[in-house]
Design a protein around this ligand. Structure first.
Ligand SMILES: Cc1cc2nc3c(=O)[nH]c(=O)nc-3n(C[C@H](O)[C@H](O)[C@H](O)COP(=O)(O)OP(=O)(O)OC[C@H]3O[C@@H](n4cnc5c(N)ncnc54)[C@H](O)[C@@H]3O)c2cc1C
Length: 379
């Protein structure tokens, strides 16, 4: 890619090389944390590239995180998922907003491929309308305590902590919640369509040391929405990587499967299908790389307009492309256990998680009404 810095180019090639070693067990994890792959990435200095070097990251651009998810997600979908969440979601929020104490407490394990930090935003009555949440942090006897409940939280069974969105008396904010606190009680553990666990837990009188407050005060919610843009780019590239995996499976199959005495890939109807799938994967990737572009951490976060376009386009594209890959392979792909069947279940979730399609359209429209259509010089 022309716009990569020499450092990012080297990083992308190294990530691709390591990702190849994940191929053999690629479709065996199915919702389980691929710890051995995370540790292999950590040993190669590739995991969590945008996290500060002092905590075991590489201190690179956020674009490097996008490159990592792209490279590993198209070989091993679950490793793509977990590199996305660990590079651009909970641990990234701690890196951006955390105190020295929480960074030292949680980040080294994550960057070593041995720990996991979840993100807890949703509640039974607060989904898309996350600001209507009921989980509070209030002062009692001179100490902060958290009470409430969170739902649909991924990775809880193996998480050390969860970056948790809460309501302070003065407004919305976020804290780091240690998951081993006795005040946290699992109400129900669900398993989603792709087999991943999603947990509903109660929070009762969990003490919150000042060091565990991530964002609070006037700019807190704005900061969290900005960090959500990184999550959305991570989600977008993960979905695109899964679509790419689907296309690669379909392409190989179509070139080897013969019907009517010729490879099905040589029928024009099939050529057009493959071309269309590639067009969609390529344009999806372009929206992510365009949004990630020169963005970097606090100083220059990705804009909400392009991030929302990427999230919407990549989520829709991934479902469509994987569905077309299933069409290309036919009955074999429709069987339980087939990699395409798994990719289809995975991609479906992207149109709901991290901001639904509809909410992304709302955000795009709001940004357009406020800021107008970006100028040529803004491309
Ligand atoms: C795979 C997966 C992983 C997830 N992981 C996590 C996690 O780790 N942590 C976490 O906190 N949450 C997680 N979630 C939950 C996710 O954040 C919510 O599902 C999402 O915010 C939507 O909330 P909801 O499902 O309650 O739907 P609702 O908000 O109830 O929406 C239902 C429908 O109404 C539409 N709708 C709502 N408001 C509007 C509007 N203003 N205009 C138009 N349409 C609207 C929605 O688009 C949707 O189609 C995950 C979800 C999934 C699917």
């Amino acid at each position: 890619m022309e716009s990569l810095s020499p450092e990012e180019q080297v990083f992308a090639e190294a990530a691709e090389e390591v990702a190849e070693t994940f191929e053999e067990k690629a479709f065996t994890w199915r919702g389980d944390m691929p710890w051995e792959n995370m540790q292999t990435l950590a040993d190669a200095d590739l995991l969590c590239p945008s996290i500060d070097e002092r905590y075991g990251g590489q201190g690179m651009s956020d674009l490097a995180a996008v490159l990592l998810v792209d490279a590993v997600g198209r070989v091993c979908p679950d490793t793509g998922w977990f590199t996305y969440t660990q590079s651009t979601v909970g641990p990234r929020a701690i890196d951006l907003f955390g105190s020295e104490a929480v960074k030292e407490n949680y980040l080294p394990d994550v960057t070593a491929g041995e720990g996991h930090v979840a993100i807890a935003m949703s509640e039974p009555d607060a989904g898309s309308d996350v600001a209507s949440m009921n989980t509070t942090v209030e002062e009692r006897d001179g100490e902060l305590v958290c009470n409430g409940e969170k739902m649909w939280v991924g990775g809880v069974p193996f998480s050390d902590a969860a970056v948790t969105w809460v309501k302070f008396p003065e407004g919305l904010g976020s804290i780091v919640l240690p998951m081993d606190d006795p005040g946290i009680e699992v109400e129900q553990e669900y398993h989603n369509m792709a087999g991943y666990s999603q947990t509903h837990f109660q929070i009762t009188d969990v003490p919150v040391p000042e060091s565990h407050v991530l964002t609070r005060g006037r700019d807190a919610f704005k900061q969290q929405l900005i960090s959500l843009n990184w999550e959305r780019l991570g989600s977008s590239i993960c979905a695109t990587a899964w679509a790419t995996a689907g296309l690669e499976i379909a392409l190989e199959y179509a070139q080897n499967r013969e019907q009517f005495d010729q490879p099905i890939a040589d029928f024009q109807g099939m050529e057009w299908k493959l071309a269309e799938m590639y067009r969609q994967v390529e344009t999806a990737a372009a929206t992510v790389y365009n949004a990630a572009g020169s963005a970097q951490g606090h100083e220059n976060p990705p804009g909400r307009l392009r991030t929302s376009v990427a999230k919407l386009h990549c989520s829709e594209t991934a479902e469509r492309v994987v569905s077309e890959a299933i069409q290309t392979v036919g009955a074999r792909a429709y069987q339980q256990g087939n990699p395409l069947e798994y990719l289809y279940r995975l991609t479906r979730g992207r149109r709901i998680a991290a901001g639904t399609d509809e909410v992304m359209k709302n955000t795009i429209a709001r940004a357009l009404k406020k800021e107008g259509v970006p100028a040529v010089s803004d491309r």
